[in-house]
Design a protein around this ligand. Sequence first.
Ligand SMILES: *[C@@H]1O[C@H](CO)[C@@H](O)[C@H](O)[C@H]1NC(C)=O
Ligand SMILES: *[C@@H]1O[C@H](CO)[C@@H](O)[C@H](O)[C@H]1NC(C)=O
Ligand SMILES: *[C@@H]1O[C@H](CO)[C@@H](O)[C@H](O)[C@H]1NC(C)=O
Ligand SMILES: *[C@@H]1O[C@H](CO)[C@@H](O)[C@H](O)[C@H]1NC(C)=O
Length: 953
Amino acid sequence: MDRKEPKLPSYVRETTQPRAHRRLSRGLRFVLAITLSLVALQYLRLYSAVLSSSESVHVPLRAAEWLDKCQLLDAQPGPPTDFNTRTHSDRFVPGTKAALITNATIWTGGDNGLEVVKGDILLDGGLIKRVGIVDDSVLERYTDLARIDAQGHWVSPGIIDMHSHLGVDSIPELRGGDDGNSFKGPIVPWMRALDALNTHDDAYKLSISGGLTTALVLPGSANAIGGQAILIKLRPTADRAPTGMLLENPYEQNRSVYDPHGHFRYRQMKHACGENPDRIYHNTRMDTAWAFREAYEHARKIKDTQDNFCAKATKGDWAGLGDYPEDLQWEALVDVLRGRVKVQTHCYETVDLDDLVRISNEFKFPIAAFHHAHETYLVPDTLKAAYVHPPAIALFATQARYKREAYRGSEFAPRVLADHGLQVVMKSDHPVLNSRYLVYETQQAHYYGLPHNLALAAVTTTPAKVMGQDHRIGYVKEGYDADLVLWDSHPLALGATPQQVWIDGIAQLAAPHLLSKPAAFQKVPHTPNFDKEVKETLKYDGLPPLEPTQAKSSTVVFTNVTSVFLREEYSVREAFSADASGSLSAGVVVVRGGQLACFGSASSPCASSVRAEENAEFVDLEGGSIAPGLVSTGAPLGLQEIDQEPSTQDGYVLDPLTESVPEIVGGSGALIRAADGLQFSTRDALLAYRAGVTTGIVAPQTRGFLAGLNTAFSTGAHHKLEKGALVQEVGAVHVAIHPVGSPSVSTQIAALRHLLLGETRGDVKEWFGRIRKGEVPLVVEASSADIIASVLALKAEVESKLGTALKFTIIGGSEAHLLAKELGAANVGVILSPARPFPNYWEERRILAGPPLTEKSAVALLIENNVTVGLGIREIWDARNARFDLAWAALEADGALSKADALALASGNLEKLLGVTADSLQGDMVVTRGGDLLEFSKVVAVISPRMGVVNFV
Ligand SMILES: *[C@@H]1O[C@H](CO)[C@@H](O)[C@H](O)[C@H]1NC(C)=O
Ligand SMILES: *[C@@H]1O[C@H](CO)[C@@H](O)[C@H](O)[C@H]1NC(C)=O
Ligand SMILES: *[C@@H]1O[C@H](CO)[C@@H](O)[C@H](O)[C@H]1NC(C)=O
Ligand SMILES: *[C@@H]1O[C@H](CO)[C@@H](O)[C@H](O)[C@H]1NC(C)=O
């Protein structure tokens, strides 16, 4: 730690007489001594007289400036008093046309998120001028008005992300732009995100296209006190500079945190506890807690010195006071103690939450919010014990378990916290999650039980309040900033996509591509009941048992079924639909011994085949559905429990391209099998099973080139030797080609050419022999179109030499759309991973963004070119969300993809592309209640023919 000691006021003497050094006679010295004594006595008398009369004290030159500061010592932040009557926004761009949005269904944010107004919205001067009925007399004033017919669609306030690293961890991620953290010590309140904000981050326009208008850009979490965050609006500004993006521009343009009228604006500060600061600074939790306390004690002393200074200075008691005590390094932390800073605290685990709550009470400052905060739902009373008010909680929806402190994370946390009356915010931690899809986070929170009014508030009004900005953003109300989103569905409906986004009254989408959404998507989505799961989650301290339970009787009859989707080899078809069957009553599905026996309408022979003596178990699906079990791939599901804990994982293979593989493993002939490292009953696998993902296909983990042999396993099995646990021991060979500096991409391609055409040995020889014969797919992980093109050229080269057609699959594929035609012609399938692209790295910066930015999504374009497409994931927590990824893909394809086709993207297509042979196909079926697998239904059971059972989940 390199910190300065507090700068104590320096007491400056006004004059000091030089001492006389003359040699004097004894007598003279005596006389002088007497005289001096008398003078001194006289001086003392005079001095005390001066002290008692304040008029005659010396007033310092900077007294006026210091008295100003003293006067504002207790001033609290907030908008200027005349803010409500402002006629235009301080961010108004002259020349912006006024706009009238007509016939909108407006979620205003008012009435605790329950107010909905049908009508019009007038935007002018960068502000919302009218909401509801706009009188003609008002409109007459406008000669030039942009008119937008919302056609009854939903309008919400602009989406606010309370936890973002936009611009400081900008994308594509490059070494030159890694500005998220200072690494100069655990306590750096003097760092400012504004000093690092990159205005060229590719993510701004992507995030805007998802409805995001405002973001709190925080320094990273390497430090306990990481520095000052900034609130920005995402639109490009005329000055092209970071300063222009500030929400409260121009008041923070320079060091003065108050505007010329003496109005403080809330500042925001990043704190972090737990694993990150501990890891970066080799601290323990005790060290980090002390780092906080030492820093706050330091700030407290400065604050006290200021208070004492001002108490005297305001009385005119300047004597001996010296300069106003302040320190540029510590002023922001002193401001925290003065209640002017919203403390945004990255903090996960009970012990850390408790530490911070105690520190907030010890030093008397409120915590605005705990972020990530995966254990907050377990300790509501601890939160309520924080100084002045309980912190708000800013969460991910389903991203959890990636490190120990996230292990007890629950999808039910938003709902549980809301039940305790705590404020819930959904956030992205962009680029950890792509903030373009922040609304998807809140859709999921709603799905898992957060009431709809609070779910929408969680990305609009609640963060606005928590950040002290609810006077200008977060609502569709007169006088608020003109930041709005016009949606193509209810914003909580899965896949909700903006048709237009306004920031400061300026439309952000130049030529939006609109999707047509089903009528049912215009209403607040109906969501399942998870009361039982919530109870279990709390009972087991966040780690409820997730294993399925077998049906008691061997015959299970599912009633009130609206659709049945069946596998046919690798494809999926809709075999039954209540509507198509022409019967109003829904269908019946009979399962005997874990096998689908029959299905049909309620009056079909299938329904009457159920005999009374059969002792069948009846399950009402309330308009539910049966669909093929889904497959997850792309992440180490089944090879890892906690991403950041090596002791919970299979680990990484040795890479023969960069290191020598020991002979005992087989040297350069070694090919590692994922099946040998499988772990069963991991929480992410079981959660995936409960969400309809019944198979994982996983390759060995590599940090280099040659991964090894994949394996397909059942996500619901207890161990590898259980019946049906292994779907197929080996399916395909995996390699990865990425630009990593050394070895070069061309070296990696050369290695692949050698493996395909050169002399090899051992398992490598055997499996590449099978690839050469076209029996086994070669799966190449690649993102860049240039690398994919080289792989396609290599495939053609090898095929022409060998005269056989090879099976190649690309996984990753962010830029694959650029080669859609060539991939289709070469019969090379693509597993898009992630399902919706994000240009995280340079090699994947040329994404096809999809609607509303582009007409087609990558999925749709590839399919149009006859490419077999699968959808994958990058991190294991995401396995459970496969069904929602499929729904997005279908919605974004805008009619080009049936539900059956969409289901194939994460079932048959993946199995085909990853070498699961048809005779290994397991035929798991997923049973949902209250809708089909692509809707906000609930998975209630898995029919498992291979295990011969029906499992309830
Ligand atoms: C508003 O939009 C809805 C849905 O398109 C339509 O039915 C209705 O007629 C429209 N109302 C007006 C006043 O245009
Ligand atoms: C700081 O900002 C305020 C408010 O914009 C302005 O009045 C003042 O002149 C600025 N001071 C400097 C030194 O730039
Ligand atoms: C099927 O479920 C729906 C939705 O819960 C319900 O309204 C309907 O009454 C049910 N039909 C039958 C025949 O049980
Ligand atoms: C895709 O396949 C269909 C059917 O085989 C064919 O008619 C069509 O021309 C193909 N499209 C492309 C882009 O190759």
